[in-house]
Write a protein that binds this ligand. Structure first.
Ligand SMILES: [Zn+2]
Ligand SMILES: [Zn+2]
Length: 895
């Protein structure tokens, strides 16, 4: 006689093959009962002998289906009187209750489906929309929950008998795979001209023609999973340049899709971890180091003079300089749908595949927008008739500081759900920042983060923001009453948030409670969070900590709580409060927004009161200014009311301009990338002398030739010299960066104050009351990093190069060493600050940490000094993480 139990399981458990998995497990063990999806997740009832029940639970916990994530596993009493011990059934879904169901992100094609489309005997042979329970679209085609076919954009495709049989068989891999289809019953391709007029609607003909035309140099818009890509042959320099001209995108790097890892390895250098990321289930765009030959090709305008990089199966070469000009990185990704796999198979070359949109607008998901907006950009369109409900860009990631770093969180990673221990009493909505916007929602035990929405500088982008917000509210059936926004009042999401709460707004907390009690309706309330605090909070959320932590929050600019623009902040943070310990000293941003596109303006700002106008006029980055114009710019920079900022991002821009690397910024982050490329060159030429000597040793043991040994040690000597040189330069720059701190400490008696603060509890790291301990113990202005003095020191290093030296190579090498030394200096400043708070976990966050060199060097110094550095998880360090930080604040304020 069997016993009964019930299991309530929550997490990502719908649309991931959970029910058939449980069916098969119950089948194998000989248990009876039932399973159904409900609004909480899945509900399982079981009847059988105790040891079988134990085996079932152990197995399900230890190995759930590959795409599932179990957040809570509750075992409930169930008399099981109505259950048949020999019969297990899958029941129909039930709607209702508080939605706790998580929408799974879209998943890349699985190995079995790839095999199906490559097997001539399989009925999915060469079918571009093949998928199964373990792969395929999810978020991008769901209209409503629960996740059933009738709630997806596949609703209007009637299944053929064979598909239906697989869909209904619990033992089949396609059991309840909602988008399941085949050539007989599913979506199909359409090849059209830019005006939408039809060329072919035969799947195979569309694929063959598309591949042929791309190889001939055509530019395509191709509809994929979460939107359209603009595509062309990445080995055809003329085609890539034509795409750039038509798209008016002169310099921003373009992502390249490669057929397989072998093709990727012919274009880029990577570690084992990086190749694993490339092949991971999420199939993101991975930013990798260009192969040596590609870097050499990129550093010359005419790549034909350089040793070309061939890849298997072709004698053609990547148009490296057109794809990613001037930088040493390239973004590569693998095919992630059957459509992409079939195309890449036929093209057999790397292709440019960049999101199709008009500059500043969201990714296009429907052919009508391609014909309306991009008909002059593309030569052909490869469309299909499976509608995309919600757009979703490709994710972009890199590997640094010993971990994954997500630069754009979208397909594969988002929507993201973080489980929280205590249920949230109110429904929360975080509207995110102005740039790289994402949205966050909090309800029950979950914090949700939307995929990348983007920069909100156009009507279309703001519409996309509102549409995404509405679709999340609909999907999760949520109507949040507690809204969290950035403290910048002019950000589009902040304006939206004010309008949202104004519809039912009560201004004080007391009247709010009274209002709610009286009307039975929850009023809406808005709070704001400082931008750089939110950056730190997002990492705290990922690590499920309420602090205190020591945060280094470095980015472009965000509104500070004193009304000025911040961006290079050192902050002590808990989940509900922060203290700004200091950071970069503010400097003028002459010309306001113009300064972020023309970094030479920052050079004037930082140097004008330290060096003469004559010296300034001798700088390459200011050579375009007449003496009169330079004089005017100096006057503007010296004005007392000019906009000021402590932005670390702008300091990076200024250093890049001073070093002659970048005088006009064409896309965000460009100066940082060029600095990093220069630093990478310097670091490659100045490896650690200990490593260099080890190399010498191994070379000499392999070779019996004394000549070779001598050569090797000469090289080792010169690299050791270069390394020592870089370290000396770094020490001088670091002294300059801290030059004002000694004065400030003396003035404020800080040395004593700091000691007291540490004794009063800071060192113990527990029970820190930010208000009292910090006010009494540590001055609010603990760190004074002097960016102007640092710039001046760099200028002096440049001017001390041998006079009359016209050797461009030598100048370039000195400049590269300065770039590396500058980044090392910032890392040193971080480590030096962290030393004062040995007990506190460290958070490195903000867009500036997308510099791999800065992230790597800072991380290494901190870890070597015994600090704990909190990992980023899958949440971006740039503004893509702000909404999660806002949610984390809301989750601890609205209790
Ligand atoms: Zn599959
Ligand atoms: Zn079918």
């Amino acid at each position: 006689m069997g016993v009964g139990i019930a299991l309530q399981i929550t997490g990502i458990v719908q649309g991931v093959g959970f029910r058939p998995h449980v069916f098969r497990l119950a089948h194998e063990l000989g248990l009876g009962g039932s399973i159904r999806n409900d609004a909480e997740g899945v509900f399982i009832r079981l009847k059988g002998s105790q040891y079988k029940l134990d085996a079932f639970i152990a197995s399900l916990r230890a190995s759930p289906p590959p795409l599932a994530r179990i957040d809570a596993f509750e075992i409930l009493a169930d008399d099981g009187l109505d259950l048949d011990e020999n019969h297990f059934v899958i029941e129909q879904s039930k709607a209702g209750g508080d939605a706790q169901v998580l929408v799974s992100p879209d998943k890349s094609m699985c190995a079995e489906c790839l095999k199906d489309i490559q097997t001539p005997a399989d009925r999915h042979y060469l079918y571009p929309f093949t998928n199964c329970t373990n792969c395929g679209p999810r978020y991008t085609l769901i209209n409503a929950l629960p996740y059933d076919r009738k709630h997806t954009s596949m609703a209007h495709f009637a299944m053929c008998p064979e598909c239906e049989a697989e869909y209904k068989s619990p033992l089949d891999r396609r059991y309840h795979a909602q988008p399941v289809s085949c050539p007989r019953c599913g979506p199909g391709l359409r090849l059209t001209r830019p005006d939408g007029s039809l060329i072919s609607s035969d799947n195979l003909e569309c694929l063959t023609e598309c591949a042929r035309l791309i190889k001939d140099g055509a530019i395509f818009a191709i509809k994929g999973l979460g939107g359209f890509h603009l595509v062309c042959d990445a080995t055809n320099e003329a085609a890539v340049n034509r795409l750039r001209v038509r798209k008016q995108r002169p310099a921003k790097p373009l992502a390249v899709m490669v057929k397989d890892v072998d093709m990727a390895k012919s274009l880029a250098l990577g570690s084992e971890e990086e190749w694993q990321l490339l092949e991971s289930r999420e199939r993101p765009i991975v930013v990798l180091k260009k192969s040596k030959a590609l870097i050499e090709a990129s550093s010359h305008n005419d790549s034909s003079h350089n040793s070309p990089q061939h890849y298997p199966g072709s004698k053609r070469t990547l148009a490296a300089d057109a794809v990613a000009p001037g930088i040493d990185r390239i973004g590569l990704f693998l095919p992630y749908t059957p459509l992409h796999a079939l195309l890449l198979d036929k093209i057999d070359r790397p292709i440019v595949a960049t999101s199709a949109n008009r500059s500043g607008e969201p990714i296009i998901i429907d052919i009508t927008d391609i014909t309306a907006k991009l008909s002059t950009v593309v030569d052909y369109i490869l469309d299909h008739n499976r509608p995309i409900v919600s757009g979703c860009d490709d994710s972009v990631v890199q590997y640094c500081a010993g971990q994954l770093q997500v630069l754009r969180m979208a397909r594969g990673y988002a929507p993201m759900a973080l489980h929280v221990q205590h249920a949230l009493p109110k429904q929360l909505m975080a509207v995110g920042p102005q740039q790289k916007n994402t949205l966050g929602f909090g309800l029950g035990h979950n914090l949700f983060l939307s995929p990348h929405i983007g920069d909100l500088f156009s009507i279309e982008a703001e519409d996309y923001f509102v549409r995404t917000l509405q679709s999340f509210k609909r999907l999760y059936d949520v109507s949040p009453t507690r809204v969290i926004a950035d403290s910048h009042p002019d950000y589009a999401p902040s304006r939206f948030a004010r309008d949202y709460v104004a519809r039912d707004y009560v201004d004080s907390a007391d009247t709010l409670e009274a209002h709610e009690t009286a009307t039975g309706v929850q009023a809406r309330e808005l709070i704001t969070v400082q931008h750089h605090f939110a950056h730190v909070l997002s990492v705290m959320a990922v690590n499920n900590t309420t602090g205190p932590v020591l945060g280094f929050s470095f980015d472009g600019t965000g509104l500070g709580d004193d009304g000025s623009l911040w961006g290079g902040e050192v902050m002590l943070c808990t989940a509900t409060d922060y203290k700004r310990l200091g950071g970069l000293m503010p400097f003028a941003l002459p010309g306001g927004d113009k300064a972020s596109h023309e970094p030479w303006r920052l050079v004037i700002s930082l140097l004008h009161d330290r060096v003469s106008a004559e010296t300034l006029s001798s700088l390459g980055c200011l050579s375009h200014l007449s003496p009169a114009a330079l004089g005017n710019h100096i006057k503007v920079a010296a004005r007392s009311h000019v906009l000021k900022s402590s932005s670390m991002g702008r300091l990076f821009d200024a250093v890049a301009a001073l070093l002659g690397l970048c005088n006009h910024i064409q896309f965000e982050g460009q100066a940082g990338m060029l600095l990093e490329a220069a630093a990478a060159r310097a670091n490659a030429n100045s490896v650690n002398p200990n490593e260099a000597h080890t190399n010498t040793f191994s070379t000499s043991t392999v070779s019996t030739s004394t000549v070779s040994t001598n050569t090797a040690s000469t090289i080792a000597d010169s690299t050791a010299r270069a390394h020592a040189n870089k370290d000396q330069v770094t020490q001088r720059l670091f002294a300059a960066l801290l030059s004002s701190e000694a004065d400030a400490c003396l003035e404020n008696g800080l040395e004593n104050g700091l000691e007291n603060g540490l004794e009063n509890g800071l060192e113990s790291g527990v029970e820190i009351d930010l208000d009292t301990d910090l006010e009494t113990g540590v001055s609010k202005n603990l760190m004074h990093w002097n960016g102007a003095a640092l710039m001046n020191a760099i200028l002096h290093e440049l001017m001390e190069l041998p006079p009359g030296n016209t050797d461009a190579a030598e100048f370039a090498s000195a400049r590269d060493i300065l770039a590396a030394a500058f980044i090392d200096t910032i890392a040193l400043a971080i480590a030096d600050t962290a030393k004062r708070f040995p007990e506190l976990p460290i958070v490195l966050t903000g867009g500036v940490f997308q510099s791999r060199t800065l992230a790597n060097v800072s991380y290494e110094k901190l870890i070597n000094a015994g600090h704990t550095v909190l990992p980023w998880g899958e949440v971006p360090v740039n503004d893509g993480g702000i909404a999660l930080g806002q949610l984390w604040y809301g989750a601890h304020i609205f209790v």
